[in-house]
Write a protein that binds this ligand. Structure first.
Ligand SMILES: [Zn+2]
Length: 101
């Protein structure tokens, strides 16, 4: 592969990110806040995030490195019901199939 293309994920100024990751984490945060029946260790939280992300569409955006996402609130409102549902399903699944002792 062309060197320039290969290094695009590593350029200084810009970055490409899946904005869905950020929305899932935010949603997860608000859902687990109210629950004390689930394990909140890093492994379980990552399992929950992976499951939810595999069931939601990726939403890639290009931003100036380090800058805050802007103008995506509309997208967030649109997708919020889907995200809440998938995160909830993920929490229940990981609760029943914990990957550690
Ligand atoms: Zn755990």
């Amino acid at each position: 592969m062309n060197e320039r293309l290969k290094n695009l994920f590593n350029v200084e100024k810009f970055e490409i990110k899946n904005y869905m990751e950020k929305m899932v984490i935010k949603n997860l945060e608000s859902q687990i806040e109210k629950r004390d029946d689930i394990c909140k260790c890093e492994r379980c939280l990552l399992d929950i995030i992976a499951y939810a992300l595999n069931h939601l569409p990726a939403k890639y955006v290009v931003t100036d490195k380090g800058s805050i996402y802007t103008r995506l609130e509309e997208l967030e409102v649109q997708l919020n019901a889907d995200i809440t549902r998938e995160v909830f399903k993920a929490i229940e699944l990981v609760k029943k199939n914990k990957r550690h002792e």
